[in-house]
Write a protein that binds this ligand. Structure first.
Ligand SMILES: Cc1ncc(COP(=O)(O)O)c(C=O)c1O
Length: 398
């Protein structure tokens, strides 16, 4: 990938796919065509109808990724808007919601706002493995519980929650179920009907689509008030002229993700294993945070190495990874996800997230491991192993 910005063409290996990734070339091409269409999908003339056809095709394609009906899909400006819409559009003072302590801020922040308005919020802790158990959610439910909101895959650890079990619980108790599936959509097999979810949020930029586009799945028969009021676009669920090029780009990224899902998961599993093998070979003290995660995400605690400084040093050495989630970057606070899992604040502050994706090569993984080993060894003052030196790689240009 060559994303040279101005005169900056620094070579860097990009291992922060859980934050976002490069747009895929086929996505850009599809968006380019869509962006040239002159019509507004709401117009009844022919240019309008051409745009409408493209929009509805995009809706069918994103719906396919999760086994939904196209009529159940509302395009949004991203995962953040989709999560805000559901929470602010379904919960009222006096309602109770069961959520978790590991949610993304696009879920936890609107819930803080709702709590100030009289909604009762219970946030359950995950197990030490990072998973949210169905038992913990079940025991938090009360007579006034209206909604369960549990993320599908955690953005910091990659840990996967059992949505099908949560769906069965919601059905048994007659509750609504919302899931933030931004880190799952297109990456793992996903079936809204098998899961029994009523609301699901997804985002294009985590799967090689454009930033600033997402979707909200609303199960037919379920209702959420719109967040953005205006025209009757998106079945009256989201006012405003549709982002046609964005929706088309999301659809193209979805098609590519779905077609390559199994192969990519296999490749990422190999990469993850190889990266950990390199750390073990180098004899570096480290612990992996979270059990059985989505294979693209690796959250590692290096005892004695401040995570934020490590991320900055790795950046200088040519490797982009993150400290906690990208949303927490810039904050010196320990990760709320890792501390909820039972790590001490100190251990959480010594953890970093490395995430691989569709454009990661085996050479990137080797080079990334070499850079991490060299920097961690340097920071703990351990003797430097010449074999740990970064190797030449097919580095990306940023
Ligand atoms: C789990 C999770 N939820 C929600 C979001 C927000 O999505 P978006 O960036 O599309 O608003 C992200 C992305 O950072 C995420 O990782």
């Amino acid at each position: 990938m060559n994303l040279s910005h101005g005169s900056d063409s620094t070579q860097i290996i990009y291992c922060d796919y859980a934050a976002t990734g490069p747009i895929r070339p086929q996505v850009l091409a599809a968006m380019n065509d869509a962006a040239r269409l002159p019509g507004n999908p709401s117009s009844i003339h022919r240019p309008g109808q051409v745009a409408r056809v493209a929009l509805e095709r995009a809706r069918r394609n994103v719906a396919r990724v999760m086994g939904a009906q196209p009529s159940e899909v509302v395009f949004t400006s991203g995962g953040t808007e989709a999560n805000n819409t559901v929470l602010l559009g379904t919960l009222h003072p006096g309602d109770h919601v069961v959520t978790t302590q590991i949610e993304h801020p696009s879920v936890s922040k609107p819930l803080e706002t709702l709590a100030r308005r009289g909604v009762e919020v219970t946030a359950v802790a995950p197990a030490a493995t990072g998973e949210v158990t169905v038992e913990s959610v079940a025991s938090a439910c009360r007579s006034n519980t209206r909604l369960i909101s549990v993320m599908a895959v955690n953005n910091e650890t990659g840990v996967v929650n059992d949505l099908a079990a949560l769906g069965a619980l919601a059905a048994e108790r007659g509750l609504l179920l919302h899931t933030d599936a931004v880190q799952a959509f297109g990456k793992l097999p996903l079936d809204v009907n098998a899961w029994g979810v009523h609301f699901l949020a997804a985002s294009a930029h985590k799967i090689g689509g454009p930033k600033g586009v997402g979707l909200l799945y609303i199960h037919k028969g379920s209702r959420s008030d719109p967040l953005i009021w205006g025209g009757s676009q998106e079945h009256g669920q989201r006012g405003g002229t549709e982002n046609l090029a964005g929706a088309v780009g999301f659809a193209e990224a979805s098609n590519l993700a779905l077609a390559g899902q199994q192969e990519l998961a296999g490749r990422l599993t190999t990469f993850r294993g190889r990266f950990l093998e390199r750390l073990a070979e180098a004899g570096l003290d480290h612990r992996v945070n979270g059990a059985d995660p989505y294979p693209g995400v690796l959250n590692i605690h290096f005892p004695g190495v401040p995570g934020q400084s490590l991320v900055m040093n790795l950046d200088s050495a040519g490797l982009a990874v993150s400290y906690g989630s990208s949303c927490a970057s810039g904050s010196t606070k320990a990760s709320h996800v890792l501390t909820a899992m039972g790590l001490s604040p100190g251990a959480a502050e010594q953890s970093v997230r490395i995430s691989f994706g569709y454009d990661t090569s085996a050479a990137d993984v080797e080079a990334a491991a070499g850079i991490v080993i060299a920097e961690v060894a340097r920071m703990i003052g351990a003797p430097f192993q010449p074999s740990d030196k970064p190797q030449a790689a097919t580095a990306h240009h940023v």
